[in-house]
Design a protein around this ligand. Structure first.
Ligand code: DO4
Ligand code: MG
Length: 280
């Protein structure tokens, strides 16, 4: 059994994954308190089997599943990301350190966003006006509680300006952190079991009526265990309300592809759902 936990304007909603699919309003109104609950899975199991208000028949309009958490991101955790970045940074003399971080014991971890810069399902993500070459990065996102335990999974889009990052790696924060540079959603999958290695991550970019890019990967292609990324992030750092950690992209469109205003980005991770955002 697993649960899909949605953040909505009317408070958190939990849905049983499976045949029944019962959906209830969860008693705990604070998202921060909820994801830091001593045992989130048991709490949701109790909530969905209780007399909590049943909202199964009503439409859920999900918001980004985030409270006051910071969003961090891991980089170059897939070979595809290493290769693409070595190419884009070659002229800037940056070819080798992507390779070095891919193989190093210490992962690349960087600050990605505050909740204010995050958008939810259906909301606009942004291409910077000063970037001519921006792409979406479809990533598994971990919901981690204050104690450093992975309590759930969501979908993340780590929007990236490849031209700005490629010009000079010291520009990474400008390539990555700006208004509407991160999308999260549509829900948090809470399960007792870890996601299997064959979990698929799919990216489709739609322009007009046509899909102009499709690519996919699986978690098996990720070089590092998820817990290792979290343990490095927690070194000499604390997150009193927990944290969201994007785990890196394994899907990078070809170099001639750049996002345009009006595109729609669709990221699917089947056990979690689909996150779709238009581009501003
Ligand atoms: O090294 C720069 C960022 C890498 C990244 O965002 C990724 O691999 O997903
Ligand atoms: Mg990324």
């Amino acid at each position: 059994m697993a649960f899909k936990l949605f953040r909505t304007f009317d408070g958190p909603v939990a849905e049983e994954v499976g045949d029944n699919g019962r959906r209830v309003r969860v008693g705990e109104p604070s998202w921060d308190a909820l994801i830091n609950h001593a045992n989130l899975y048991d709490y949701l199991a109790a909530a969905t089997s209780s007399a909590a208000p049943d909202v199964s028949g009503t439409e859920v309009r999900p918001l980004a599943p985030i409270g006051t958490q910071e969003v961090w991101a891991a980089g170059v955790t897939y070979h595809r990301s290493r290769n693409a970045r070595m190419d884009e940074a070659r002229e800037a003399g940056g070819g080798s350190f992507y390779d070095r971080v891919y193989g190093a014991e210490r992962p690349e971890l960087f600050f990605k966003a505050t909740a204010r810069r995050v958008v939810g399902p259906g909301d606009f993500v942004r291409v910077r006006h000063d970037s001519r070459w921006s792409v979406p990065e479809p990533e598994l996102a971990l919901v981690v509680n204050a104690g450093g335990a992975i309590v759930g999974y969501t979908i993340g889009n780590d929007m990236s300006a490849r031209d700005i990052e490629g010009e000079n790696p010291l520009y990474l924060p400008q390539a990555k952190i700006y208004a509407e540079s991160c999308a999260l959603g549509p829900c948090v999958l809470v399960s007792r079991e870890a996601l299997p290695a064959d979990t698929v991550i799919e990216l489709t970019v739609i322009r007009g009526a046509a899909a102009v890019f499709y690519g996919s990967t699986t978690l098996a292609a990720m070089r590092r265990p998820l817990e290792e990324l979290v343990s490095f992030l927690w070194r000499e750092n604390s997150f009193p309300d927990g944290c969201i950690l994007l785990t890196g992209t394994g899907v990078v469109p070809p170099d001639e592809f750049a996002l345009r205003s009006g595109d729609r980005i669709r990221i699917a991770i089947p056990p979690i759902g689909t996150l779709e955002n238009p581009v501003r």
